[in-house]
Structure formats: C-alpha cells, structure tokens
Write a protein that binds this ligand. Sequence first.
Ligand code: COA
Ligand code: AMP
Length: 642
Amino acid sequence: MTGSASRYPDVYAQSIRDPEGFWREAARGIDWFEEPRRAFDPALGIYGRWFPGGVTNVCHNAVDRHVANGRAAQPAIFYDSPVAGAKRTVTYGELQTEVSVLAGVLRELGVGKGDRVVIYMPMIPEAVFAMLACARIGAIHSVVFGGFAAAELASRIEDAQPKVVLSASCGIEPSRIVTYKPLLDLALTMAKHQPEACVVFQRPQVEAKLQPGRDHDWAALREKAIAGGMAAECVPVEATDPLYILYTSGTTGKPKGVVRDSGGYIVALRWSMEGLYGVEPGEVFWSASDIGWVVGHSYIIYAPLLTGCTTVLYEGKPVGTPDAGAFWRVIEEYKVAALFTAPTALRAIKKEDPDGVLMRDYDRSSLRTLFLAGERADPDTVEWAQNKLDVPVVDHWWQTETGWAIAGNPVGLGALPIRVGSTGVPMPGYQVDILDEGGHPVGADRMGSIAIKLPLPPGCLPTLWRQDERFRESYLEEFPGYYKTADAGFKDGNGQLFIMGRTDDIINVAGHRLSTGGMEEVLAAHADVAECAVIGIHDELKGEVPCGFVVLKAGVVRSPADIETEIIALVRERIGPVAAFRLAITVNRLPKTRSGKILRGTMKKIADAEPWNMPATIDDPSSLDEIAAALNARGLAKVSAA
Ligand code: COA
Ligand code: AMP
C-alpha cells in the first residue's frame, strides 16, 4: 500500500540494510564536539550502544547552536496559560540567557555532571529552563508529573537520589490550585534520601513556605547569579551519558526509571521532526501534552528546539479553559503547523462540540497535520477529526521506553495513504515482529505479542536506572533477541501495524499510563480488605478507567460503602488524582481459576459487555455471575466516569 511518491520504502530499507550508514548520516543533523567512533557498537551495554566516542551537549544543540546561527530573535517558546491568564514569548536569545543563568545556579548548589536533579513543576517556561539547564551542565533530570501524589514523588526521589529538587509553589487545574510545596515536603518526609537543596519558583497564585537552610527562592538565586555573572557554559558529555531518567508505570507499584542517553536520542528526534512530522526549522510545533510525560520531553522540549522550531507550552485543557475551542484558538494565534495530542483530548472536544461549531471561529489554515498517540485512537474519533478539521490525522505508536515513535505515517518522507485504526508502518531502525507464545513470527492479520528485534534504534532506552537486571527481565528475556513491547496487535498484509492493547496489567487512562498492579497494592493495604482486583474498563471519554473489586476480611462489620469511599481516597492519596480511581465495588469473592489465579481478563470483558467464554479452569462459574450482578447493580455494564 505504499504511496508511489513516498520515499519511505527506500529510507526504511536502508535503515535496516545499513544502520551504521543510515544513522551516521542522520547524526549530521546535530553538532558534535567530537565525532563518534562509529554509529553503533554491539559490544557495549546490554544490547549495544549508539554513537560511542561521540561528544556533544544537548542544550548546545537545542539552544546555543540556533543563537549562533541567527535565530536569537526567533521565538523558541510560546507559553500560553488560560488557567493562569498568562502568555509569554521566549526567544532563543532569552532562552540561552535564562538557561545558562539557571545552570549557573545549579552549579553553585554543587550540581555537576552525572548528578540527578528532580523537577517537580507545572507547565511554565521555568520548567523548560530547568530541563535544559541540567542538560547544559551534564546533570541528569528526572521530571515528575504534577498529578502524582506525594508517595509517588517520594519513590522517584528515593530511586533517583537527586542532589537538588527544582519545584514551584503550585500548579493550576481548572477546578483547583495544586499546591506543590506541601506535597514536596511530605514526599521528603517519606523518602530516606534527602536532596541538599530545593529551589522553589514562587508563582503569583500561591506563596510556598520555604524551609530555612534547605529551600531557596528561585527568583532570588536567579538575581544573585545574574549580578555575580555566574552563567554556565555547555559542558561536553559523552553520547552515551544519560540525559534524563523518566519514571513510568511497571507491573508493580515500583516505577521503572527509563534511562535516556544523550547522543542517540537527539539524533533520532532530529530525524523524526523532518522525516516523520514533516516540520522544518522556523515552524511552530505544538505538543498538547505535559512535560511530565515522555511526549512532553521529546516533543514539547527536545525535538522542536533541536530543530530550531518554536514550541507551544500550553498550560490548559482541551475543554473548559474556557471551552472546546481552546485548541483552535492556539492554532490560530501561534500559526501552529503540526499538533500532537492524545485521542482522549479529541474525544473531550467532540463531546462538547460534536458539530465543530467552535472550530469555525478560528483560522486553522496553518495546520497541516494532526498527530495522535498515547492510547488507542478509536476510528470514530479519528474520522470525526479528519472530517471536521480537514487535515490528515496520523496515529502513531510509541512508549516511554522508546522515546520516539516505533510506527507512524512518515509525513515528511511523503505520506502513505492513511488506514484508520492502524498506527502506520515501522520507523527507521525498528524491526517489528508479531510473535506467538513460542516467540515465532506469525503471519499477516494474526494477533500476537509485538516485539522489536534488537538492537533498538537510537533514542530508545539502553537500560533502567541502576537496574540492568530488571531491564533484562522485563523486556529482553521472554523473546530472546527481541525487545518485548508488552503490546498486542497485528500487522496487515501491507505491513501496517494495529495496536490492540497491553499484554500486562498496564492501563491507559486519558492517555496516562497506570499500573493496575500498583493500585491493587494500595487497595490491599486497607485494613479491612482481604483481597482485591483492579481492572481497566472501557470509558467513552478516557478510553479506560480503573475499577477495583474488593473482598472484605471476615468479621468486618463496617459499611462497605464507607470502606469503598476510603479506598477511593487512599488511591488518590497514594498514587494521585491522575489515577482517576472512582469505582470501588465490594464483592463476596473474586472469580478464580482452580489454581487461584484471578480471572481479570474475563471480568473486564463482562464489564465492557464484550463476548466472553467461560474459562475451562474456573473454580466456580457462578462467581462470574456475581461480578456481572455487582456491575449491573451500579449500572456499570458500560460505564462513563465523566
Ligand atoms: N497536576 C495536578 N493534577 C492533575 C494534573 C496535573 N498536571 N493533570 C491532571 N490532574 C488531575 C485532574 O485535575 C483530575 O483531578 P480531579 O480528580 O480532582 O478532577 C485528575 O488528575 C484526572 O485528570 P485527567 O485524567 O486529565 O482528567 P480531567 O477530567 O481533568 O480531563 C481530559 C480530561 C480528557 C481533558 C484530559 O485528560 C486531557 O487533556 N487528556 C490528555 C492527556 C494527555 O495529553 N496525555 C499525554 C499523553 S500524549
Ligand atoms: P507511555 O509509555 O505512557 O507512552 O504509554 C505507552 C503505551 O501506550 C503503549 O505501550 C501502548 O499500550 C499505548 N499506546 C501509545 N500510543 C498508542 C497508539 N497510537 N495506539 C495504541 N496504543 C498506544
């Protein structure tokens, strides 16, 4: 099904035939202080390392290089915050100044190459300065999403062991102000590891209380650094040095620290901007995500800035800030060429403005392509967007682990015809196979586990932070020679991929990746709970929402409704509001196999009103009727959590 005009077939074939030559050529898109010895060395690391011997600096490539090349006056960031009522344009010249001053502040606080810095901040320009300032001095940042609870922040601090934490007084949600500092203080009472310093940016909405000795006022340090001429220059780092750690949900409550290297990542991102997204230097790119997620790291910050684009930093929602026309306003105002968002955002807009009336109020002529990722894009929503917006809607598939798309429609190489429901074809360097349980590739149109042949291309994780063994066990052991994506799906006869769901207990709630295993750990910690099961059930808006079933301990006489309320509060307290855990149901027992395995898959099918077969190994078939009855009693056969 390849479009005759597309260069994709040749480009992809070259990337597989001659990876060394392909990625060496791509590496010319960035500045090196010292050229790599070779593109890939299979003898290094766990499955090989990209660009060994190469010396570069990510901040130099994202900022200084553009200033030196005449982009000082070009906007680097359009910050737009309907929730704060604020807008700000930051040019590349200003970005260089701010980042080098903040890098100087970090250096004064003792942060050096390889030290970790946790960034717990909302979507404000200072958060971008913070990430780039770390990159400038070779420190490793670890950004924690604002919607997580203190305990999640604590576990990340414990694992990353940061020298410094950068934070802000608050985030702003449409319904409330999220005071970050008390959450940070609480997290630091939970973590054994203590940073040497916390630097807090005071937003006008809330003034955070600073703890003398440990906490510093961001603005005061900035002023002092400017007065003292403390700006820091870019330090050379190895291509294989980590740029960041980004924690993502694993199958237990303990998150996985995905490590991103420096050289391979920026080569891949730079290639993707032109090859996949079809966006050129000087254009405006908008990723309506959050800096706490991988999409934010790669496509709010690094890829657009590496390319000399202007990135939009939008602190708002697709609806309610103030209405479902918000995205179209931003496109008009900043002349956005490409928008990247999650399907759930479109579903939210479609729900409020099904006829696209608000779209007509804005000039969207700058928009060439809409990209979707983060969760399965349902064909209805894709078609709705395509019809209403009259631009190609490109679904593409990737994971925190890969850092950029595994598969998509390479618009920059000449778009292939769009097949709604498919996430397109593999990007350069990715050899994607569909495997059966024995690890053998299956034929076209057959469902299986999706795996990527090693080595992974540049940009993908080389390991998990200080957990090489967990990396091997989680991703490399089940299918030798492959990286296991833990997604299931199939390829059609033309090599187009269809991603149908996870093979583990990860669920996707409004584009946010969450572990039901992690939630079960929280439920099980309630004093009255004997056992529990959490499943993701279909939701019209969020794609999936978690639903927890609990069996109470014998002799508990308290009202199940009270216990359910406590459980819901507990998940919010331990994992955070982002879990959107609002459904807890008490049952007398859980359906199990004779060997005691909880039948979560069948429970999910019942909740989603999908066809299901009685599992041959079930202990007592009537236990499933009880689940159906419990769901029906709540009117939850097809639930919407909105
Ligand atoms: N800081 C603090 N809290 C946050 C937060 C943040 N950065 N982001 C979300 N939350 C909170 C919300 O306020 C909400 O809290 P509540 O229970 O008190 O209402 C909760 O987490 C759930 O948030 P969310 O799932 O985002 O639902 P929502 O109802 O606020 O908004 C959508 C629904 C569809 C508009 C929203 O989910 C959305 O824009 N999703 C896009 C997701 C996305 O871009 N993902 C990135 C992958 S590409
Ligand atoms: P995250 O690591 O948060 O980016 O989540 C990655 C997971 O989200 C993948 O493993 C998939 O299960 C899912 N996902 C991401 N993009 C898509 C897509 N385009 N279609 C279907 N599922 C997707």
